[in-house]
Design a protein around this ligand. Structure first.
Ligand code: ATP
Length: 501
């Protein structure tokens, strides 16, 4: 019956109107009331019941489960522990009162995008049995002065109302991208932001432990240095928790969490994938598992194999494969360029090449995937120099075969310059321990040029000795499009190196 409810209603309405007309009742006022009521209902639905502060409106986010626990967050053990300790003031208010502890009003989560800060706030709400109200800093940005401030007021009002309605003693308000509203006040151009921030500070100052519902504000940023000091002073956001990119153990945990609902083939080692994804955020790891599942589905495979996961790493790192068809000559240049990177990589760090690929992906026409030697947070001078040589290997190889470079080395040079800067800033160069601002432009560019010239010469020399490797692998790479690390090492072993002059 309910299945056809809509159709019956559609049929019934005209009949009713005709009947009213027939017995002499004017149906127009009735119609007007129905139209107004219908529009109101539609508008409320479109707002999704989230009121002014439904965080999802301004920024699309990954879909989150309806409730989330700390067990659903991979890695981040230290951050989770710190947060749970901080949350005890909501969970054990009697103890806090007994010891006369000042209530904790704000917790600031700091860290790069996609590391799980929103997940932490949601899990905190579950842990403390609080209602969760979320907003993003960008939602308070308005052209009209005062609108942001009134939205801030509404946010607190909504949290209180929601807690009362759901009969909860606590509410957590989460403000993502707090730096948008909480940036340093300059009292000038940005009066609108200043008013919004002032309103937030006023609301925070008005919070008391004895009040019901108790409100805790959590905020996230990846730019703590941008925040106004008034926000960070004791009594406001005075608990700061760093949410970092996950280490190898954390990455494995996150991969395992996102593999829970996916059919993995026997023998697939997520540890290996975790080892290969240094620098990935939780969001990137989630995307990796998802992309691997899509590759498996496209191939109509029964399960997700290791190759799908490896393809997904490339996809997340470099973008989707493109069908840009390069001319034969250009393809050969790209192959030589990539082999240049791979040869230097394998000779300075044996066993480090995981794949050489000649297929265009994202902006790149080819790429070399490296096996990271393990998570690294400290770099020696030698390591950085080797890294620069690997980056320069592509352009040096092009020069060796064609006598000139191409625009394909732009990213490599950017990377090299960044590494040279790290060397200078870390006191690893002839300049000794210096700060960049102490150097004149000329001194800086001379140091830069000296380092890069020396490393370019060493790279050229190294590649010249390996010239036969290019000859041995070029045709195979052009035909196969990819060479696995093992295949490539096999080729390297099989050729006789040329003695250098
Ligand atoms: P942003 O700073 O961009 O707002 P964020 O740090 O708040 O990012 P989240 O929104 O919490 O990041 O994470 C996005 C998605 O990434 C999550 O929905 C989840 O799928 C995945 N994710 C991120 N970190 C983790 C983690 N530690 N464990 C499990 N999944 C994670």
């Amino acid at each position: 019956m309910s299945k056809y409810g809509k159709e019956i209603a559609i049929g019934f309405v005209p009949v009713l109107l005709a009947f009213l007309f027939f017995i002499g009742v004017n149906p127009v006022p009735l119609l007007l009331v129905a139209v107004i009521a219908g529009s109101l209902l539609l508008m409320t639905r479109m707002r999704g019941g989230a009121g002014l502060v439904g965080g999802e409106r301004s920024k699309p986010r990954a879909k989150l489960p309806s409730f989330l626990t700390f067990d659903d967050i991979g890695g981040q053990d230290r951050a989770k522990k710190e947060l749970i300790e901080a949350l005890d003031f909501l969970v054990k208010p009697e103890l806090i009162e007994k010891f006369g502890i000042r209530p904790l009003k704000g917790i600031l989560l700091m860290g790069p995008p996609g590391t799980g800060k929103t997940l932490m706030a949601k899990a905190a709400a579950h842990y403390t049995d609080s209602v969760f109200v979320g907003a993003s800093g960008s939602e308070f940005v308005e052209m009209y002065v005062g609108v942001g401030a009134s939205r801030m007021r509404d946010l607190f009002k909504e949290a209180r109302q929601k807690a009362t309605k759901e009969n909860k003693a606590n509410a957590i308000i989460f403000i993502d991208e707090i730096d948008v509203v909480g940036g340093k006040r300059d009292g000038g151009q940005q009066r609108e932001y200043d008013q919004t921030l002032n309103q937030l500070l006023t609301e925070m100052d008005g919070l008391h432990t004895s009040e019901s519902p108790r409100i805790l504000i959590m905020a996230a940023t990846n730019r703590k240095d941008m925040l106004d000091s008034a926000l960070l002073r004791p009594g406001r956001f005075d608990r700061h928790i760093q949410v970092d990119l996950p280490d190898a153990k954390g990455r494995l945990h996150i991969l395992e969490l996102h593999a829970r609902n996916k059919p993995l083939a026997e023998g697939v080692s997520l540890r290996k994938i975790a080892d290969q994804t240094f620098g990935f955020s939780g969001a990137q790891l989630e995307s990796l598992m998802n992309e691997a599942a899509i590759y498996a589905m496209r191939e109509t495979a029964e399960r997700i194999e290791e190759r799908h996961l490896l393809q997904a790493i490339d996809k997340v790192m470099m973008g989707e494969k493109t069908d840009r068809e390069a001319a034969a000559e250009e393809r050969e240049r790209v192959a030589i360029h990539e082999l240049g990177h791979a040869i230097v990589a394998e000779s300075v760090r044996p066993g480090s090449v995981s794949q050489v690929a000649l297929s265009p992906r994202g902006q790149a026409l080819g790429y070399v995937r490296h096996n990271p030697p393990g998570d690294k947070y400290l770099y020696t001078k030698r390591y950085l120099e080797e890294q620069i040589m690997i980056a320069l290997g592509g352009s040096a190889a092009e020069e060796m075969f064609y006598g000139e470079r191409s625009t394909g080395s732009r990213n490599d040079f950017e990377q090299s310059l960044g590494l040279v800067k790290t060397m200078i800033d870390s006191g690893l160069t002839e300049l000794g321990i210096v700060e960049s601002s102490m150097l004149t432009k000329e001194e800086y560019s001379k140091a830069n040029a000296d380092i890069l010239d020396d490393l370019t010469a060493r790279t050229r020399e190294l590649l010249a000795a390996y010239r036969p490797v290019f000859d041995a692998s070029l045709d195979i790479l052009k035909k196969e499009e990819t060479l696995s690390g093992d295949q490539f090492r096999e080729l390297l072993r099989g050729v006789e190196l040329q003695p250098t002059a």
